[in-house]
Design a protein around this ligand. Structure first.
Ligand SMILES: Cc1ncc(COP(=O)(O)O)c(C=O)c1O
Length: 375
């Protein structure tokens, strides 16, 4: 037997990756992953003179990209400078770096319940002990008794779609600051806003606390670019930079140049508006199909942004058994349980992605789910 690490015991295969594999089959209607619609992807244009990008580059990322990101975040209300920006190989890498920064075996990490399952997977791998926040987000931490980090998704949360109010953002940021908790805000969906919502980063309410904020180009440009970014308070940034260097030296420079090209192109705003209105339309068509096919027993709220509907099911329905039947009929979705760190808190639920399937395919898939629910 080869000698492998203790940590591997806690690494569980992500149900989403398994589902992504199944979704490659033709004729499958997938509501499972967080896949953007392929017709929204940017065409891969490389700017002239980008051959230099084939050489090794800085671990922090391309200076121009860091400047552009800092300027956008300032406009969003976060006071930060370009030298606090670290370019990531997808924001999933940011979760890995933040975990390496904060988690030893047994370290307490606060999370929303439910939350992004691939973050739970990483935190668990490093040995985290989870503390589930209650829906009111109220906490009773002190400087003597607190988690090391709070990982939250205040804007169009994955999986619930919830968007925190300004009061919630402010009081949570202050609670973190008062108790010396690192606030880690994950924000990949902020541009996909279908209704007016508070989107100012929660970390922007901190004055002297330690924080990490991250975003992604996966949902607005293309996930295959594998490009995201992280901004951190000055006490944390140098450690995160060393962890990034150790992980992969730097992110793909060709992708970074393509993103610079997109961020500086004249039709940037028009493209974003188009994307948002196309997804809003899909969300509304999906909502209407669900009302037609799923009946009254299933409950959901129409999300004000992001890519998912979160459905709660009647007590007698087992979402895993429902998925097994759905797969036989070529329909995929993600059951709710893996989004809970503490499975005893899980209610029968499922997450449906509305961005990937065409409107017709979504309607057919939802009709099949409706049949299965009634059976
Ligand atoms: C909340 C959240 N964080 C991070 C990620 C990872 O995104 P990426 O690595 O593509 O930037 C996702 C992807 O769906 C997500 O939903």
């Amino acid at each position: 037997m080869p000698l492998l690490t203790q940590r591997l015991r806690d690494l569980r295969p992500s149900p989403v990756r398994a589902m992504l594999e199944a979704s490659q089959k033709p004729d499958v209607i997938s509501f499972a992953g967080g896949l953007p619609a392929p017709d929204t992807f940017v065409s891969p244009v490389l700017p002239p003179n980008s051959e230099a990008a084939l050489q090794y580059g800085p671990s922090e990322g391309e200076p121009e990209l860091r400047r552009l990101i800092a300027a956008e975040l300032q406009a969003a209300g976060l006071d930060c400078a370009a030298d606090q920006v670290l370019i990531l190989s997808g924001s999933q890498q940011g979760i890995d770096l933040a975990a390496k920064l904060t988690i030893d075996a047994g370290t307490r990490i606060a999370i929303e319940s439910p939350t992004y399952l691939a973050a739970l997977q990483v935190f668990r791998f490093f040995g985290a002990r989870f503390e589930s926040l209650d829906p009111s987000l109220s906490v009773s931490w002190t400087r003597a008794d607190h988690p090391a980090m709070a990982y939250v998704i205040p804007t169009f949360q994955n999986p619930t779609g919830r968007c925190w109010t300004a009061d919630e953002r402010e009081s949570f940021a202050c609670a973190c600051e008062d108790a010396d908790v690192i606030l880690f805000e994950d924000d990949p969906y902020r541009d996909l806003a279908y209704e007016p919502c508070q989107r100012r980063p929660a970390v922007s309410w901190m004055k002297n606390g330690s924080w990490i904020y991250q975003g992604s180009f996966s949902k607005t440009l293309a996930p295959g670019l594998r490009l995201g970014f992280m901004v951190a308070s000055r006490d944390l940034f140098p450690h995160l930079l060393l962890l990034k260097q150790a992980a992969d030296l730097h992110s793909n420079r060709l992708s970074q140049h393509m993103v610079i090209h997109q961020l500086t192109s004249q039709d940037r705003d028009a493209r974003r508006d188009f994307l948002v209105s196309a997804y809003r339309e899909k969300r509304d068509a999906f909502d209407a199909s669900m009302r037609q096919h799923l009946g009254n027993a299933v409950e959901w709220k129409r999300p004000p942004g992001g890519l998912f509907f979160w459905l709660t099911l009647p007590e007698h329905i087992d979402p895993d058994a429902l998925l097994a039947e759905a797969i036989k009929r070529n329909v995929l979705f993600t059951p709710g349980r893996p989004f809970y760190a503490d499975e005893s808190l899980a209610v029968p639920s499922m997450r449906l992605n509305f961005s990937h399937a065409s409107k017709d395919a979504a309607d057919r898939g939802l009709a099949i789910l409706g049949d299965l629910l009634r059976a």
